[in-house]
Structure formats: structure tokens, C-alpha cells
Design a protein around this ligand. Structure first.
Ligand code: FAD
Ligand code: NAI
Length: 463
């Protein structure tokens, strides 16, 4: 007889594994299907965690090579041991994926190793073995978007997965796509010595983020050695003796030029991954972008089948997937799980970091919302000066009439940590006045958030 479960989750990324654990906490008998050799999905294996490990290591390298001397610390010649850096990254990934395996054991979640196919509502076959469950969750994540004419081999033409595994620092890395992956991984290899050229289709980088932040961010990256070719597209990539030859042309048409790189990183977005799941056969609806269509309770159009994470609409972020996993498990247990999509922070882990939550100025304008802006630069903050990290600013957007916080955008040191305060405030429906009146420790970077909140009403103190 087939094994019986209350819930089978397909995919063990941050959406799937968190959903499985929360459902088990709530008393369900849970299995999670994962075809990869280790748990944790894209995020732990080839995404968030390895990229942050390399960002950390390359930042330390860059500090040692270029910034320690400013503090009076003379190191001498700084050498790179890339093999060791990569081995450290592998250890960090291993500790995290093993951690999920441990959590599955302690929560009694069964790992069904292999590829899951939904053969009928309530039935999941894993490498040919039938399993049954009252409910099924699709948490199969996403994959890198291909580009016709640019054939990925993960050695010289790579996606993020290959870019995390390079065993030599490329002399010239050309990044196709000025988004999050391109700028994070471009930063890693740029710090380690590569010349970085970013070819971006639009006339700006990091679309979706606040335009003013994007402009300033681009300037800072250019100071670090990035070259941007905005408003251009790559139409083909050919391997030659001199490297990869890319044909590049203006997005709006014009003269074609050739750019040669020794490694090309293709990072033009990700798309939902549902290959081989059997969705068409059982009639699960997908949208034109291949994403599984769900209602406000993560239910698909087929009873008993749900979906969360990158495979459904919304930002492709690990914490969004996790929160959906928790909410869905609670809904299945008869509780009132909920995700507030208006307050999902986004962070780009470059130097300096970029962090945002809520609406951008462009969105507020398009919606016809009247708003007030408060800005404060890190140059006017004592702690930032002491750290020698004064690039960037905090920008707070509040409703002109009610002063309620509508959004916050930060370019600066530790922006990813600073944004949490504003996200918390927004969850509580706070005004900029509320944030301005909170006592912030001195000297900390968080005082820049307080000053930006004061600036909404024109009363910043230190400028
Ligand atoms: P995934 O993590 O993609 O997991 C899906 C899992 O399902 C995979 O392990 C896959 O093997 C498995 N699977 C698929 N089909 C089947 C099947 N039929 N049977 C069995 N198993 C199957 N997000 C952030 O918030 N912060 C970051 O810093 C960040 N950095 C990133 C860096 C990179 C380089 C990349 C590529 C992504 C990054 N992301 C980051 C995005 C983040 O990784 C995703 O949003 C997140 O992993 C989505 O989680 P998920 O559970 O929906 O799917
Ligand atoms: P992205 O959507 O962030 O950026 C893709 C960029 O490529 C855009 O600027 C787009 O205009 C451009 N583009 C599209 N087609 C192009 C073409 N043909 N030629 C040139 N440029 C083109 O996607 P990216 O960087 O691939 O990342 C995918 C997703 O992974 C992110 O959107 C994010 O959800 C997630 N991620 C999150 C991270 C984080 O939270 N720190 C880190 C890395 C990834």
C-alpha cells in the first residue's frame, strides 16, 4: 500500500522546508520530496547562502587590499587563495543544508528522496513509488531564464550557479542583466580582480527599485570599477580562441558591436520551475509566465493542491517563500495564516547594500498618492564616519495627509539590517513621526533612519 501522509510538499527550498516544518509542528504527518542530493533548495545550495559567503569573503579581501591601510593597518601584499575561499563557501552551504536535514529529523518530517510527479489529486509518485496525502504543496521554485543565442555551459557562459563555482578569477566578466544577481556576483568577481561590464536592456539598473537609489547606486558601483552599458541587448555569443565574443546592439536598434569576455554571466531574471511535475495532465492552471495560479489562500484550481514560493506570483525572495510556507501550513491546520505583501523587504547584498520596503516614489506617483519625502545621508552620521563608510542615504516616504509610512529605500552600510526597523514600523501602521520619536542609540547607523524620519517634516537635526 502507498505511504499515507496528511501533507506532501514537493521541493525543499525555503518555501517547502519551512511549510513542512510548520505543518509538522501543527500535528500533521508530513513528507517533503526533494530530488537534489541535499535539502534547502536554490537558496541554500546555489543561491542566497553561497552568494553571501562569497560576498563576505570578497569583501574581506577588498578590505585587506584597499581599506585597512586607511585605519593604519599595514598588511603588505594581499594574496588570494580562491580554492580555499570556495572550500569555505562549500562548508557554509553544507552546514546549512545539513541543518535542514536535522530540523526534518527533529520535527519528524519524512524526506522522500527523488523527483515528485503529481499523478492525481492526493497522489505523488516519487521515482515511481506511490505516496498519498490529503493535501499537496507545490514548492518547486524557479530556474534561470535562458536567452536565445547565448548557450549556457556553466563553465564560460554561466548562470549564477556556474558563477558561484569559478575556479579562476576571470580577466573580463561580462554580465548580461543589471539586476540583483548581476550586481551581487559582479561585485564578488570585481573585488577579486575581474574587469566587470554589465549589459542592461533598460536605461537603468535594478528595475523595480526606487529610481533615485538606482542612480546613486550605479555611481558608487562605477567608482568601484563597474562599466555599465545601459539600453543594450546581447543578441549572440560565440566561443572563439580569444574568449566569448558577444554581439551587442542598442535595445532600440542601431549599430552592432562586439565585446569579448572570458566569462559571461547570464542574469536576466528567473522563471517558475514546474518541469515534469505533471501539472497539465491533472489540469493545474498556470499563467502565461508559467507560474502556478493560486488564490489568496495559496490554493490552485484543483482541490487539495496548493503552491507557494518562486513558483507562484510575487517577488522571488526566500523570506517571501518562507512566510507563504508558514501561512499555508496554518491555513491547512484551520488557522488564519496570512502574508502582508505590502511589507516584504528586499535587499541587495553589494557594497554598499541596497534595501527597500513598501512603495517607491515612482509607484506612488503612478497611483496618484500625495506623499512627503525625508532623506538623510550617511556622510552626516558619526558612526558611518568612524567606520569610513559614508556612501548613500536613507529615504523615507510618508503619506502627505496622515504621515503614515508608505516606503523606505536605503543605499548604505548595513542597509539590510536597517530596513527591518521600518518594516516593523510599517507592520504596526506607524507614521514617520512615530519613528522619529523612538530613542535610537548613539552612535549607530540607525540614527540615519531616525533623521530621515525627522526630515519628512523638515526637522532633521544633524544637517
Ligand atoms: P527553491 O529554493 O528554488 O527550491 C525548490 C526545490 O524544489 C529545489 O531544491 C528543487 O530541486 C526542488 N524540486 C523542483 N521540482 C521538483 C520535483 N519535481 N521533485 C522534487 N524536487 C523538486 N533570495 C533572498 O531572499 N535573498 C537572497 O540573498 C537571495 N540570493 C539569491 C542568490 C542567487 C544566486 C539566486 C539564484 C537566488 C537568490 N535568492 C535570494 C532567491 C531565493 O533563492 C529564492 O527566492 C528561493 O530559493 C525560493 O524558494 P522556493 O522554496 O520557492 O524554491
Ligand atoms: P532581475 O530581475 O533582478 O534582473 C534582471 C535584469 O536583466 C533586469 O534589469 C532586466 O531589465 C535585465 N534584462 C532582461 N532581459 C535582458 C536582456 N535580454 N539583455 C540585457 N538585460 C536584460 O533578475 P536576476 O538578477 O536574474 O535575479 C533573479 C531573481 O533572483 C531576482 O529578481 C530576485 O528575486 C532573486 N535574487 C534575490 C537576491 C537578493 O534578494 N539579494 C539575490 C539574487 C537573486
Amino acid at each position: 500500500m502507498a505511504d499515507q501522509f496528511d501533507l506532501i510538499v514537493i521541493g525543499s527550498g525555503p518555501g517547502g522546508y519551512v511549510c513542512a516544518i510548520r505543518a509538522a509542528q501543527l500535528g500533521m504527518k508530513v513528507a517533503c520530496v526533494e530530488k537534489r542530493a541535499t535539502l534547502g533548495g536554490t537558496c541554500l545550495n546555489v543561491g542566497c547562502i553561497p552568494s553571501k559567503a562569497l560576498l563576505q569573503s570578497s569583501e574581506s579581501f577588498d578590505d585587506a587590499a584597499h581599506h585597512m591601510a586607511d585605519h593604519g593597518i599595514l598588511i603588505g601584499e594581499v594574496k588570494l587563495d580562491l580554492a580555499r575561499m570556495q572550500a569555505r563557501k562549500a562548508d557554509v552551504v553544507g552546514a546549512n543544508t545539513k541543518g535542514v536535514e536535522f530540523l526534518f529529523k527533529t520535527n519528524q518530517v519524512t524526506w522522500l528522496k527523488g523527483t515528485g510527479v503529481i499523478t492525481a489529486p492526493g497522489k505523488v509518485s516519487v521515482d515511481g513509488t506511490e505516496n498519498e496525502a490529503k493535501n499537496i504543496v507545490i514548492a518547486t521554485g524557479s530556474e534561470s531564464m535562458p536567452l536565445p543565442g547565448v548557450d549556457v555551459d556553466e563553465k564560460t557562459i554561466v548562470t549564477s550557479t556556474g558563477a558561484l563555482e569559478l575556479d579562476k578569477v576571470p580577466e573580463h566578466l561580462v554580465v548580461i542583466g543589471g539586476g540583483v544577481i548581476g550586481l551581487e556576483l559582479g561585485s564578488v568577481w570585481g573585488r577579486l580582480g575581474s574587469k566587470i561590464t554589465v549589459i542592461e536592456f533598460l536605461d537603468r539598473i535594478i528595475p523595480g527599485n526606487d529610481g533615485e537609489i538606482a542612480k546613486n547606486f550605479q555611481r558608487v558601483l562605477e567608482k568601484q570599477g563597474f562599466t555599465f552599458k545601459l539600453g543594450h541587448k546581447v543578441t549572440g555569443a560565440t566561443k572563439t580562441d580569444a574568449g566569448i565574443s558577444l554581439t551587442v546592439e542598442p535595445a532600440k536598434g542601431g549599430d552592432v558591436e562586439t565585446i569579448t569576455a572570458d566569462v559571461v554571466l547570464l542574469a536576466i531574471g528567473r522563471r517558475a520551475y514546474t518541469e515534469g511535475l505533471g501539472l497539465a495532465a491533472i489540469g493545474v492552471e498556470t499563467d502565461p509566465r508559467g507560474r502556478v495560479v493560486t488564490n489568496g489562500h495559496f490554493a490552485t484550481n484543483v482541490a487539495g493542491i496548493y503552491a507557494i514560493g518562486d513558483v507562484i506570483a510575487g517577488p522571488m525572495l526566500a523570506h517571501k517563500a518562507e512566510d507563504e510556507g508558514v501561512a499555508l501550513a496554518e491555513i491547512l491546520a484551520g488557522q488564519h495564516g496570512h502574508v502582508n505583501y505590502g511589507v516584504i523587504p528586499g535587499v541587495i547584498y553589494t557594497w554598499p547594500e541596497v534595501a527597500s520596503v513598501g512603495k517607491t516614489e515612482e509607484e506612488l506617483k503612478a497611483e496618484g498618492v500625495e506623499y512627503a519625502v525625508g532623506k538623510f545621508p550617511f556622510t552626516a552620521n558619526g558612526r558611518a564616519r568612524a567606520m569610513g563608510m559614508t556612501d548613500g542615504f536613507v529615504k523615507i516616504l510618508a503619506d502627505k495627509r496622515t504621515d503614515r509610512l508608505l516606503g523606505c529605500h536605503i543605499l548604505g552600510p548595513d542597509a539590510g539590517t536597517l530596513i527591518a526597523e521600518v518594516a516593523t514600523a510599517m507592520e504596526f501602521g506607524a507614521s514617520s513621526e512615530d519613528v522619529a520619536r523612538i530613542c535610537h542609540a548613539h552612535p549607530t547607523l540607525s540614527e540615519v533612519v531616525k533623521e530621515a524620519a525627522l526630515a519628512v517634516d523638515g526637522r532633521a537635526l544633524h544637517i
